[in-house]
Ligand binder design. Structure first.
Ligand SMILES: Cc1ncc(COP(=O)(O)O)c(C=O)c1O
Length: 412
């Protein structure tokens, strides 16, 4: 076996992985059209067209764009009537925005541990977290892997809870044939630059319920109402509108989703089989019942015992040195300084909400183990090339596994 790159050997790969975002002349032309039209914001055809096209893409009755995914969640929670002090159940294994968008409406994030195979919120653990203050659940389709929405909706129905699907990583993902984000009361998406559909920044919400849509519209647009006059403001909100430049880019990006979903799925399936042959690295599992994983991230589980007892972080160092960009991903959200010092980190926190919060006592053992020693993340752009890219990733992992003696000498 060749010497490990982290110990001075030749890396398996020196080529770069495909770059993101993918774009071509169509984005350029769409942007020029918007510039020339003079319709850059309110009332623009581009925004109206994107909202319509996004709803069609989702198979949802209504969709409305907004500034970003964080705002989409806050707008969605407000549209669902979530109030100060209401408890909202969500996983600790997600981007911080899922929780801060909840805090931003003065609701209380209640963290429920994740499933060790899928890394999504564990539906079995939701019921025990429900109190008489619980009002909503935010299932997050993490990495693009759909949450078991049948089970989420069953619990929600039993306890009369609203469901907001954080689909920021799940463009095109499907649960039982339906688009992720269209099964609960509201779906929320991000179009930030790393996302599988992007305009640099941006977001959207969608729903099948007209009354909820009216409220999404209002909270997105300065508290206006669809049938009201321009300076008639009914709800406390600000300007969370997307610009026509972003909408124009998104219209084009939507045309690529299907093709790129198929590529990622194909490459991920191949990489799954290659990694399984090596052993000690186990792909996370697509939730049984899901019909499409969007692979915003490809996450596999590192087993230190099978790698001679070296830590996940040493493995990451070695894999990076072999020319495979990878990372350890999230920390459990409740462990962030933000949650450990909420009084200082969120001075505007409503007293009604604050009285329930002591995040130093929260413990989600699966999430903690995953974050500390198990998860290895590859980003979605690495899956949009061809099979030889997957071969390089697998060969790099196999090379590390074949050089455990050398690996043990690598510093943390
Ligand atoms: C799961 C999840 N939720 C919410 C967000 C927030 O989206 P944005 O960055 O567009 O505000 C992101 C991504 O950034 C995310 O990955």
């Amino acid at each position: 076996m060749a010497k490990l790159a982290v110990c001075g050997g030749m890396p398996v790969r020196t080529r770069e992985f495909p770059k993101w975002p993918v774009r071509d002349i169509r984005e350029e032309e769409a942007l020029i059209d918007v510039v020339r039209s003079g319709e850059w914001g309110i009332g623009s055809r581009a925004v109206a067209e994107f909202d319509k096209k996004f709803a069609e893409f989702l198979g949802a009755k209504y969709a409305i764009s907004c500034t970003n995914g964080t705002d989409a969640i806050s707008i969605g929670l407000q549209a669902l009537g979530i109030r100060a002090g209401d408890e909202v159940i969500l996983p600790p294994y997600t981007f911080m925005a899922t929780s801060t968008a909840t805090l931003a409406v003065n609701a209380v994030p209640i963290f429920v541990d994740i499933d060790p195979d899928t890394y999504n919120i564990d539906p079995d653990k939701i019921e025990e977290a429900i109190t008489d203050r619980t009002r909503a659940i935010i299932p997050v389709h993490i990495a693009g892997n759909p949450v078991d929405m049948d089970r989420i909706m069953r619990v929600a129905k039993k306890y009369d809870l609203r469901v907001l699907e954080d689909s920021a990583q799940a463009h095109g993902a499907r649960w039982a044939g339906k688009m992720a984000g269209t099964i609960g009361d509201v779906g929320a998406w991000s179009f930030q630059s790393s996302k599988n559909v992007t305009s640099g920044e941006g977001g959207a919400t969608a729903t099948n319920d007209e009354k909820i849509f009216d409220r999404l519209f209002s909270f997105q647009n300065c508290g206006r109402v669809r049938t009201g006059k321009w300076y008639e403001h009914h709800n406390m909100s600000g300007n969370h509108r997307l610009s026509a430049f972003q909408a124009a880019v998104l219209i084009v990006q939507l045309d690529r989703v299907e093709e790129y979903c198929v590529r990622r799925e194909k490459n991920a399936a191949y990489l799954d089989s290659r990694l399984r042959e090596i052993g000690g690295v186990e792909p996370t599992v697509m939730t049984p019942g899901a019909t499409r994983h969007a692979y915003h991230l490809y996450i596999f589980r590192f087993n230190s015992e099978e790698f001679g007892g070296v830590s996940r972080n040493v493995f990451l160092k070695a894999l990076q040195a072999e020319g495979v960009p990878c990372s350890e991903g999230y920390v459990p959200l409740y462990k962030l300084p933000l949650f450990q010092h909420l009084d200082e980190s969120w001075p505007a926190l409503n007293k009604v909400s604050a009285r329930y919060m002591d995040y130093s006592k929260v413990s989600c053992p699966v999430c903690e183990r995953v974050c500390r020693e198990e998860a290895v993340w590859l980003t979605q752009n690495m899956l949009i090339g061809d099979q030889s890219d997957m071969d390089d990733i697998a060969e790099a992992v196999a090379k590390i596994k074949g050089n455990l003696g050398e690996l043990r000498g690598v510093a943390e």
